[in-house]
Design a protein around this ligand. Structure first.
Ligand SMILES: CC(C)(COP(=O)(O)OP(=O)(O)OC[C@H]1O[C@@H](n2cnc3c(N)ncnc32)[C@H](O)[C@@H]1OP(=O)(O)O)[C@@H](O)C(=O)NCCC(=O)NCCSC(=O)C[C@](C)(O)C(=O)O
Length: 360
């Protein structure tokens, strides 16, 4: 009888032998198929990520988020932070990155996120503790290979137990046993033909401060116009953004770093992590405003794939100004931000409420 523990029993450098072994070997799986999730299930995510200054600076630098309050201690103090915080986009991506192995590593696409709340600023060195609850599961009627799962996730400071950020996210998750062949090729859904007609005039605020947004909205109201504008900067998706940043936040989704697996997927290639795409578009928008604090996000949607070489631009519509929200030095502005690519195809949209500094 052959001793299969003998290192010489098999020549693994022989391509034919190795090929035949691989064909018969079972794969030890990572992540979960759709069938694993049931409404009400709670999951504690284990990866041991601590927020770091380097991680935050790498995220900000690569995504063009240059607000000095997150780079310099003196500006952070002037802006009312006790200590220089990590950037909220980085915090959100870290909390979500930790959840990927348990929730979405099997390869389903990130469809959207709602009710993102920043409960308190987080600083470098904070170890994270993250839990998720399954709030909804359903099979996809248009894509029988997939189910659609929504989770509620909370990211906390592991030492104090304080909640830092919370949100609800929805992904497509591959089914272990698809109902039938998916027939569709991955195209984005048809545009809704019955939408409202566009406003004749699009106004741009004169400056970056709260009053500039408020005045623009008042003018728009009188002129039956919308306050909506583009941001000049663009950022091309390179390897660092597509594969590097998600891996730096422990996001193990194959979509971002395994071209071989993705070859046979709806996108046909690796795609950018939704939080990177979003952060780039938000950076473009923030570069045209005097941000004081991030408050919350709602109704975030990922409409189409972003692949290597795509360039992300930003478009912003101003929805509301609330002079009474926030401290004396800032008012709340609600925006709708859209990330779009070089073909002017929207790839992300979301509503954001941020405190914007006043002029005085
Ligand atoms: C996935 C694609 C091909 C589907 O394209 P489609 O034309 O089939 O889209 P659709 O018809 O609009 O939607 C398909 C189904 O999803 C549902 N749906 C749609 N949106 C939502 C939502 N927000 N909430 C709840 N349900 C939603 C929708 O109702 C529909 O249900 P049905 O099949 O039963 O009719 C297309 O939407 C697309 O290309 N989206 C972009 C995906 C993407 O690139 N995401 C970011 C990268 S993946 C990622 O970051 C990964 C991450 C973070 O690391 C990680 O989760 O692990």
């Amino acid at each position: 009888m052959t001793d299969w523990t003998d290192p010489d029993a098999l020549d693994l450098s022989d391509a034919e032998t190795f090929d035949s072994l691989l064909d018969r070997a079972e794969t030890r799986e990572k992540g979960h198929f759709f069938e694993f999730f049931a409404e009400g299930d709670e999951l504690d995510h284990d990866p041991g990520l601590s927020l770091s200054q380097h991680g935050s600076e790498q995220w900000m630098g690569q995504t063009l988020n240059h607000d000095p309050a997150y780079w310099r201690a003196d500006t952070a103090r002037e802006r009312g932070f006790e200590e220089r915080p990590v950037h909220p986009d980085y915090l959100l991506a870290c909390v979500m990155g930790i959840t990927v192995e348990d929730l979405s590593e099997k390869g389903g696409y990130f469809l959207g996120r709602d009710d993102v709340r920043f409960h308190r600023p987080a600083t470098a060195g904070t170890p994270l503790s993250v839990t998720s609850t399954v709030v909804d599961t359903r099979t996809s009627s248009s894509r029988p290979k997939y189910g659609i799962v929504t989770w509620e996730t909370e990211g906390r400071d592991r030492e104090t137990g304080e909640t830092l950020v919370s949100y609800q996210r929805t992904n497509m998750i591959p089914r272990r046993e698809p109902a039938a062949t998916d027939g569709s090729g991955g195209a984005v859904g048809e545009q809704d033909a019955g939408g409202p007609t566009l406003p004749d005039t699009l106004l741009t605020p004169d400056g970056k401060h709260f009053e500039d947004f408020q005045t623009a909205l008042e003018r728009a109201d009188e002129e039956n116009a919308a306050v909506a504008y583009r941001h000049e900067r663009g950022r091309t998706m390179d390897d660092q953004l597509v594969a590097g940043l998600p891996l730096a936040t422990l996001n193990t989704a194959r979509q971002h770093h395994n071209r071989d697996e993705m070859d046979d997927s709806p996108s046909g290639d690796i795609v950018a992590y939704g939080d990177v795409t979003r952060s780039v578009a938000l950076a473009h928008a923030r570069s045209d405003e005097a941000t004081y604090r991030e408050r919350r996000f709602a109704n975030e949607r990922f409409h189409d794939f972003v692949t290597l070489g795509d360039t992300i631009y930003g478009f912003t519509r101003v929805l509301d100004c609330d002079s009474n929200a926030g401290p004396e030095r800032a008012g709340a502005v609600t925006f709708e931000h859209v990330a779009f690519n070089q073909d002017q195809t929207p790839v992300y949209s979301g509503r954001r409420t941020a405190l914007i500094q006043r002029n005085t």
